[in-house]
Write a protein that binds this ligand. Structure first.
Ligand SMILES: [Ca+2]
Length: 272
């Protein structure tokens, strides 16, 4: 999401970010609109047993929607979705789940399978976070769904993990990302910006760049070179910047959710 801003504002937001990282991560400020056409029975199930999951927290922060699944795993999505938005599901003992939805997806009954956490899983961030400077074009990817405050230009968090065995590999999974205005996102028709684009979002693990996010979508996986994995680790995600704005820094405004670290058996990659 690209447009004007002033460097001073960016600096100010960055400063705020250092002190209020957690507090800003889930911004539920939008109003909930009633729309009977979207009142469908949706369901949360355990992806393995297919049994309903009770008491899962379902939220769409960009429209201020939040609910909990009933005793039969069902929930109603009684909110208006106009553009792409991130729906997140959180339940203790399960991996954070997120899904990019739009009006079309939200208009049909959803059956969402969530997975039990496994040994070695670390939930780095389950909430929806907004990176950027909060200044973006109306035509950029999913801009109408941005209601929250920005974290600043990057996200960073530390977490602990165990030592990798020789047969194990580590990955970082980005559950959902929307709003990327990269060259690739533009070429795929993910936004309507005429000609400008931004650099990709960069992913750093313990200070080393391990990957880039070039397209919007769910469950993007980044392999972490094993020599980088330590007992205490730091994941940093830096949003890109408008490559056509040289007068000042214009960060790409994006939303990310469901950041997690997983340890897998090497063979498991073949079944991804
Ligand atoms: Ca921007």
């Amino acid at each position: 999401m690209l447009k004007n801003t002033k460097l001073t504002v960016v600096t100010m937001i960055l400063t705020v970010f250092f002190f209020t990282n957690i507090a800003f991560c889930e911004t539920i400020t939008g109003k909930v609109n009633q729309n009977t056409t979207l009142k469908k029975k949706n369901k949360i199930v355990d992806s393995y047993t297919q049994k309903p999951v009770t008491g899962a927290a379902i939220s769409i922060p960009s429209v201020g929607f939040r609910t909990t699944s009933d005793s039969d795993g069902t929930f109603e999505l009684n909110t208006q979705i106009n553009d792409k938005a991130i729906l997140s599901v959180q339940k203790e003992g399960y991996r954070p789940f997120s899904l990019t939805i739009d009006e079309n997806i939200a208009s049909k009954p959803l059956k969402l399978g969530i997975e039990k956490s496994k040994i070695g899983d670390v939930t780095i961030e389950s909430d929806v976070c907004h990176l950027g400077d909060d200044v973006y074009s109306e035509t950029s990817a999913n801009s109408s769904e941005f209601k929250g405050k920005s974290l600043g230009s990057y996200f960073t968090k530390t977490f602990k993990t165990k030592t990798l065995r020789p047969n194990e590999e580590a990955v970082v999974i980005i559950g959902s990302v929307i709003g990327l205005d990269t060259k690739m996102a533009k070429e795929l028709g993910q936004n309507q910006i005429a000609y400008v684009y931004s650099s990709p979002t960069e992913v750093f693990f313990n200070g080393n760049k391990v990957g880039e996010l070039n397209i919007n979508g769910d469950n993007q996986e980044i392999e972490i070179p094993r020599q980088l994995v330590r007992e205490s680790n730091e994941l940093t995600i830096k949003t890109g910047r408008n490559l056509f704005q040289h007068a000042y820094v214009d960060y790409d405004d994006i939303e990310i959710a469901g950041l997690r670290f997983e340890i897998k058996d090497k063979g498991a990659f073949a079944y991804k």
